[in-house]
Design a protein around this ligand. Structure first.
Ligand code: ZN
Length: 155
């Protein structure tokens, strides 16, 4: 089962607008509660997808992409996952997490610069005409399911 399912997607924001990013402001630290609700939504999504596909095998792997600027902590996501996965369809699934960088796309020079932190100017030419793409979303990239075999070793 392939495809990209947004768990939560923040709309791409335009950088460089006056007042859009106050000076010296850092991204707020998210509380663990935030990650717990993300993981709850994630597991619900997976169960829904698997049910819709009419699959009865177990989920063996989930691939997540947690953007560097998404505000979600991969460690906290893992922690919440270990807390919430038991007793669900994903109880035996391995969680793989990628952390894609955001990209500053510049209308001034046409450059696409990978960034680790929110910027309000193009790192290449200094133009404020930039758009931040990617790196802000938390995506479920794929769900890998166990093959449905005729015999299963249930414990
Ligand atoms: Zn530029």
């Amino acid at each position: 089962m392939r495809g990209t399912i947004p768990i939560f997607a923040r709309h791409a924001q335009r950088g460089g607008e006056k007042g859009a990013v106050p000076c010296g402001r850092t991204l707020p630290r998210e509380s663990p509660v935030h990650e717990v609700s993300i993981v709850q939504a994630l597991i619900e999504h997976v169960e829904q997808e698997v049910r819709q596909a009419g699959h009865t095998g177990r989920v063996v792997r989930l691939d997540l992409a947690i953007g560097r600027l998404s505000g979600a902590s991969p460690d906290a996501i893992r922690f919440a996952y270990e807390l919430l996965a038991p007793g669900t369809l994903v109880a035996a699934a391995e969680l793989r997490i990628e952390e894609p960088l955001a990209v500053a796309c510049c209308r001034g020079c046409g450059g696409r610069t990978p960034i680790e932190e929110l910027v309000d100017r193009c790192p290449a030419c200094g133009s404020p005409e930039i758009t931040i793409e990617e790196g802000r979303d938390l995506l479920l990239r794929s769900i890998e399911l166990e093959d449905e075999g005729p015999s299963q070793n249930d414990e």
